[in-house]
Design a binder for this molecule. Structure first.
Ligand code: PRX
Length: 679
């Protein structure tokens, strides 16, 4: 840990030398139409008014029954929100909009092949399809409230339909990003205890119809090895009636959804009245150990929080056309493509493919054609589009009023291109900082209330009260120029409830560090540790510097270094592996892999290729390393700890690798340097 910290301190120092940026002000046209123009919201959501203030968000929803306790802290730090309340998430995202918005598009699906027509799904159509799927899940599959279902699906409308059908029944969904391998999916099936896997035959990516069903067989095998049997595999087909996968359908186990649904036409299912604190879904994220961990999100609290932030931070009105270019397989897609926007009757766009297919003008053509006016993406996509098509946005006649950046820090230069070129100087930008665990935004400017500052997220959003602590738990004040561990003082309804099945790990990872009294039932004693380093400028805006633990943030997605290293060690010749983040112009950070070989093996390209393949197979292509270096030995401390900090410095072209006096083998550093940086 100490080694890692030193690396981070140097990053923090770099950040401290960044210049303060000038403010950009929201246009008057934006302010005139904004959902939230009352600065009094911060007073209403002050700590004095906590926790009752969050009724304002919960009241955006329809409840079967109101709660008797807004925040129950009796099982601290597992917070329970709106206890006694009864609600259904699907009802709130679909049924209740029918009287006013029956014929308005809820989802617009944009297939990757440009010649394939867009599909607009109205709220009425969504209602019909979700009900039919819910009937099938209940009557054919036999799913009951509280069961878990793993959904390994790409960006097609059947994915949110599946999620909403689960929510209608109170079934807990666990969506696994389609880019993840069968192995990774299988581990998540086992951890969540799912008996059902939902998948798809194939989908389009970069001009190719990928075979996806093949991963289901690998996933089931991996799950079985971990002791979890899957009874049924439900297979959607990308093109109705045509099967696009090479993988055989297994009799009595695998079923085509389009075939099954023929028996459920016109069926309706009453939404199940769920307790507010019942889990709505699991979302896996990386931690510092190899074992995947699932953030368990609640129904009432989560939905209130994403509805409130979609309305006030995303500024979504029912008349808007909103496009979040994330994948539903990540938390951003759950909160800000599906649940938040649909809870407030938005029209939400779903794009199947990659932003640069077939060329870098694609996103702007989609925006022009659909009249998208709210756009949401990540720095990694912005960097990519800026690199391959810096002038493209100018060619298209669209106009955003609002844009979001999320997932990693954005360089001020990139922010300015986003603002000037993509936003044509007329859109507000919110830089929203949050995490899988937090359900929704933690920090951001409020778009009509605050000026923007490139590279900084902003203050805590209403009801979120951040604080930066040093290692000893002293508060680091705003404007001090010092970085520290950013924490949140108070619970909020969007926060995850626990790590699925591992309360101890939940407490240890997120609350133990700064808890003053482990017996306390008072939320004030339990600051939430985000794991990010940050500093606060004198104006109250936070600047996020990155993770303080061993997680690499690649293209806005967190990958555990431990998971990557374990994958390397699956290659028989590999003795030791160490994975470090390399700064990458496009993807933020990419993994660089260092391996040493078991005695008797000589370095070879085959071994390097095997390492890359193993990482892709166990985690997915997203984790593909930039380089694999076969080193004679790892730089190690006397206690045998690999000094990642030294390798990270070498990967990032630093001349000074810092203090190497604690190394048992300092001479190896020079050898590795030659290999990585040349002489
Ligand atoms: O380090 C922070 C970074 O992404 C981490 C959370 O990743 P994940 O759980 O995958 O959720 C991604 C979608 C919210 C954070 O701990 N991060 C997220 N948003 C920002 C950010 N870093 C800087 N600025 C942001 N706006």
């Amino acid at each position: 840990m100490a080694d890692q910290e030193r690396l981070e301190v140097s990053e923090a120092e770099v950040a401290v030398h960044w210049q303060e940026e000038d403010y950009y002000y929201p246009p008057v046209e934006f302010i005139a139409q904004a959902n939230m123009t009352d600065a009094g919201i911060y007073e209403r959501f002050s700590l004095e008014n906590f926790p009752e203030c969050f009724k304002e968000y919960a009241d955006l929803l329809d409840w079967y029954q109101y709660w008797h306790t807004t925040l129950d802290t009796s099982d601290a730090p597992c917070w329970k929100w709106f206890v006694g309340g009864k609600i259904n998430a699907c009802y709130n995202c679909v049924d209740r909009h029918l009287p006013r918005y029956r014929n308005k598009a809820a989802l617009i699906f944009v297939p990757e092949p440009e010649e394939e027509p867009h599909v607009a799904i109205t709220y009425q159509e969504l209602y019909v399809r979700v009900n039919e799927v819910a009937a099938l899940l209940r009557d054919f599959v036999g799913l009951k409230t509280g069961d878990r279902v793993t959904i390994h699906m790409p960006m097609v409308p059947e994915l949110p339909i599946m999620m909403l059908a689960c929510a209608r029944l109170g079934v807990i969904h666990s969506v696994v990003f389609a880019g993840f391998s069968g192995q990774a999916c299988g581990e998540r099936i086992a951890d969540s205890g799912s008996h059902i896997l939902v998948t798809m035959d194939g989908y389009y990516r970069n001009g190719q119809l990928l075979d996806h069903k093949v991963k289901a067989d690998e996933a089931l095998k991996a799950a079985q090895e971990l002791g979890q049997t899957v009874d049924k595999v439900l297979v959607w087909r990308r093109h109705r009636g045509q099967y696009a996968s090479q993988a055989p359908m297994v009799e009595g186990r695998d079923y085509f959804m389009d075939d099954l649904l023929a028996n459920y036409g016109g069926q309706r299912v009453e939404p199940v009245k769920m307790p507010a604190e019942a889990p709505l879904f699991l979302m896996y994220t990386s931690g510092t150990t190899g074992k995947p961990k699932a953030a368990q999100h609640s129904t009432g609290g989560y939905l209130s929080y994403v509805a409130g932030t979609s309305k006030y931070v995303q500024d979504i009105h029912p008349e808007d056309v909103y496009w979040c270019m994330a994948d539903i397989g990540w938390i951003t897609g759950h909160s800000y493509i599906v649940y938040g926007p649909l809870a407030i009757a938005a029209t939400s766009v779903l794009y199947e493919g990659v932003p640069t297919y077939p060329d870098a003008g694609r996103p702007w053509r989609i925006a022009e054609r659909l009249n998208v006016n709210i756009f949401h993406t990540a720095p990694t996509a912005i960097r990519m589009l800026r690199k391959v098509g810096p002038e493209e946005p100018k060619k298209y006649n669209y106009q955003f009023k609002h844009m979001t950046t999320v997932g990693e820090p954005i360089e001020p230069e990139v922010w300015k291109w986003y603002y000037e070129v993509v936003g044509k100087g007329k859109a507000v930008i919110v830089d929203t900082w949050w995490q899988t665990e937090t359900g929704g935004f933690l920090c951001s400017t409020m778009p009509a209330l605050h000026p923007m500052k490139p590279g900084s997220t902003g203050p805590g959003v209403p009801g979120i009260h951040p604080v930066i602590y040093d290692e000893e738990g002293n508060e680091i004040p705003a404007g001090s120029g010092k970085a520290g561990n950013i924490c949140i003082r108070n619970p909020w309804p969007g926060a995850f409830q626990t790590i699925w099945g591992d309360r101890d790990r939940y407490v240890a990872t997120y609350y133990a560090k700064y808890c003053k009294n482990k017996e306390s039932k008072d939320w004030r004693d339990w600051p939430y540790l985000t794991g990010d380093a940050a500093m606060q400028a004198a104006d109250g805006y936070y600047r996020i510097l990155g993770r303080i633990d061993d997680v690499i943030n690649v293209a806005g997605h967190r990958l555990g270094t431990k998971e990557l290293e374990s994958a390397c060690l699956l290659v028989p010749e590999v003795a030791e592996a160490s994975v470090v983040p390399r700064v990458d112009e496009l993807r933020g950070r990419v993994p660089d892999v260092y391996i040493s070989l078991k005695p008797g093996y000589a370095p070879s390209q085959e071994i390097k290729d095997a390492v890359v393949k193993s990482i892709e197979d166990t985690i997915g292509k997203i984790a593909r390393p930039k380089n694999v270096y076969i080193v004679p030995d790892m730089p190690k401390t006397r206690s045998g700890k690999i000094m990642r900090r030294v390798l990270a410095a070498l990967s990032n072209n630093q001349q000074d690798v810092g203090d190497v006096t604690t190394l048992v083998n300092p001479e190896v550093v020079e050898e590795i340097r030659q290999m990585v940086q040349g002489s």
